[in-house]
Design a protein around this ligand. Sequence first.
Ligand code: MLT
Length: 296
Amino acid sequence: MTGSCSGVAGAQERARDARPTPDLQHVEVNGVHLAYDDFGEGPAILFIHGFMLDHTVWRSQVAGLEDWRRIAPDLRGHGLSEAPEHDYSMATYADDLAALLDALGVRRTVLCGLSMGGYIAFEFLRRHGQRVAGLAIMDARAEPDSAERQARRNVMIARALDSGTKALADELAPKFLAESAPDETRKQLREMMERTPINGVVGALEAMRDRPDSAPLLRTLASVPTLLIIGECDARTPRASMQAMADQIPGARFDIVPDAGHISPFENPVAVTFRLCEFLYELLPGRLLSGRRGLR
Ligand code: MLT
């Protein structure tokens, strides 16, 4: 382990291509086929993508964090994983991930969740908390959907069923990104979102609509080193929600990343990977990690 984040700046260069990785692996766990990337050796970090995204949203973090075992699955109903018609909930996603870790022989991991991936990380903590050595949450909130937001989810479900994934991607992709996002980033995000099977879109909207309140969990996380990140231009996550999270999680660190909207690790990959890298190295000498294989 080098103990340095100096290689991160080259990550963007190495990770330009956002198509699914050719050597993506597959496994059946918890009754579903999941596709996943699994690179490197060392303490494990599990990347959990957001709604209508897939493992490629983490391409720069996977390329840049070379001293870690980087596990980046496509959630059920997303990317190249199986998309059953039913059985979507935060609990199911979290149990899929725990079963994936079992299949890979990983006992403990740092969780890194983006947006809906953050909601899943909270559920994973509730159900499998002893396996979590650290937590990074990006562009997500702890509180559940309000009645108004739940109603909007139902409208989106109807629209998705009527008009398909592409129509929803047309509508949502521009709202996910900072106004300054370059054309290439816009194009890659649209392609990623359009790859999402309709079953997965509907299932994820239902799962987000019905997710529990994670605010009561926050104060119990004193022993879980936590990093919170929000894109400076995130128009979908109220910054006050993340600030409240930072205030409630004992010892949490909170960073605002410039030149990024709701998909900060994709929009400003170098800044996010660098912050994550620093956070991970801070964990290493601590009680949770005891060297190269400390998280296994
Ligand atoms: C996501 O990016 O995962 C979603 O926008 C989260 C949400 O709609 O609450």
